[in-house]
Design a protein around this ligand. Structure first.
Ligand code: GDP
Length: 465
């Protein structure tokens, strides 16, 4: 039986394009090749979502429906968060046409599930292996779509999706771990996208494949994104050897970090051998990124040295390398910053690992945090940066630190998932849910200490358990 598809593409200008077709492979290829008038100038770069329908009329009606949806609702659809779609629909009542509201996305998906059941050769299991096969060994375009599909599944909050996502991750795991995981952080405007673009293109020239993932805590708080609201990495984002995924926009920072970590594994299994995780220097996102990468790089502006107090000590301690970008603007300030940050880092290094007591030979076999000057805009210093990264990798592999860090990354992942699971179970617990409004009211009015409220809630759950 023939199928019809509704799909959403992400364009290089950050916008979404919705369409419908009966040949999703050919259609998306045409979009990517710029052969379709509607999107030729918006340059679609990624298939974010696709839904399967039994009839063309069904697909067209659903396409018309989602074209009128808000950005938030489209994002919920891409993330597979049907509850959120329903909530948004209730709060806005946009779809007043009864014949269209019949075609909810849930139904679209249920229909496609029914369709799959009716045709065993296209069943769930085949579909899962299809995605897996394509990630591991697909032709470029098919692989890109499979990656997007897998990440969308990982980002879904539906319990059944979570189970499928875990199965997929388990199958992918043996194929992961071969990339170098590089974390990059810095305040908005320091030049992260400019730098990642030149670095990515440099690495592609050296024969690497580069994935860029972002963690942007602002997108979880305000729905807006510091990292995502402008055209970023224009050349890299359309390069066939690069894969760029913006920050997941829902959930707590923990949730977002967890999704990014899992997306990283998908990219690794697909053969991207350098994975860059980018974050802004706000909130706790730096710690999250440092916990999932092999090397953590902090980007600073040349005037950073004038005000070392402004650089959070905790973040400096996480940094394996500090780069002072925009060195072209003021060479003296950049030099001053290099000297001051170097001496500050040395102090942290000595305090951290008691290097003072270690023999000189051992000293040489460990990586010591470095400071480098750079001008991303003028493409200066990128080779020196990569030489430092390579040196870091060689040293830390030989002395076993990298393997240790990988183990820590896996354990952090496990604990993140445990915490997320506990929190979810806690919130879902009926005893907790019934007591919660009273506790919230008590804490907010100042009549009940937060610690007592927390104890009561925990006790309520334990009694039931
Ligand atoms: P992000 O917010 O950290 O991603 O920063 P962007 O990469 O968007 O850069 C912010 C601004 O700084 C842009 O206007 C860039 O052109 C500029 N910029 C980035 N790197 C350099 C550099 O090395 N030198 C100079 N002079 N400007 C730069």
């Amino acid at each position: 039986m023939k199928s019809f598809y509704v799909y959403i593409l992400r364009c290089s200008d950050g916008s979404y394009y919705c369409g419908q077709t009966d040949n999703i492979e050919a259609r998306t290829q045409q979009h990517f090749a710029g052969e379709i008038g509607y999107t030729a100038t918006r340059k679609p770069v990624e298939l974010l979502w696709q839904g399967e329908f039994e009839t063309r009329e069904g697909a067209i009606a659903f396409e018309q429906q989602i074209k009128r949806w808000s950005q938030a609702k489209k994002e919920a659809l891409i993330a597979g968060d049907w509850n959120r779609i329903q909530e948004l629909a209730k709060s806005k009542k946009t779809s007043s046409h009864p014949e269209l509201s019949v075609l909810s996305p849930v139904e679209g998906v249920e229909r496609s599930a029914r369709l799959r059941q009716a045709q065993p050769e296209r069943g769930e299991v085949t579909d899962k292996f299809d995605v897996l096969d394509r990630i591991l060994d697909g032709e470029a375009m098919a692989q890109r779509r499979a990656i997007a599909k897998a990440i969308t599944l990982l980002e879904s909050t539906r319990t059944d999706h979570r189970v499928q996502a875990d199965e997929l991750l388990t199958s992918l795991l043996p194929h992961t771990g071969k990339s170098f995981r590089l974390g990059i952080s810095g305040v908005p405007g320091v030049g992260k996208s400019t730098f990642i673009e030149v670095l990515g293109l440099y690495l592609i020239k050296l024969g690497h494949r580069v994935a860029v993932l972002t963690i942007d805590p602002s997108s979880t708080v305000s729905g807006g994104s510091i990292l995502g609201d402008k055209t970023r990495m224009e050349m890299l984002s359309v390069h066939e050897r690069a894969y760029i995924r913006p920050s997941p926009s829902r959930g707590s920072l923990g949730g977002v970090a967890e999704k990014t970590r899992e997306a990283m594994l998908v990219c690794e299994a697909a053969g991207y051998d350098v994975v860059i995780v980018e974050t802004v220097g706000v909130g706790q996102s730096e710690t999250a990124v440092a916990n999932m990468t092999d090397m953590f790089v902090l980007m600073q502006l040349p005037n950073a040295g004038d005000d070392l107090q402004a650089i959070k000590k905790g973040v400096m301690e996480l940094a394996d390398l500090v780069i002072i970008n925009k060195a072209d603007i003021d060479a003296d300030a950049a030099m001053r910053a290099e000297v001051q940050i170097t001496s500050a880092m040395r102090l942290f290094g000595l305090a951290n690992n008691a290097m003072g007591q270690v023999q000189a030979a051992a000293f040489d076999s460990f990586w010591h945090a470095q400071v480098l000057q750079l001008s991303a805009l003028h493409n200066k210093g990128v080779d020196a940066f990569w030489a430092a990264v390579t040196q870091f990798k060689t040293l830390q592999t030989a002395n076993g630190k990298l393997a240790e860090r990988r183990k820590q990354q896996a354990l952090s992942w496990m604990w993140e998932r445990v915490e997320a699971g506990l929190k979810q179970a806690f919130r879902k617990d009926p005893a907790v849910a019934s007591l919660l409004p009273k506790m919230i009211a008590g804490v907010v009015s100042g009549k009940l200490p937060a610690s007592t409220a927390a104890r009561n809630l925990l006790a309520a759950q334990q009694i039931r358990a």
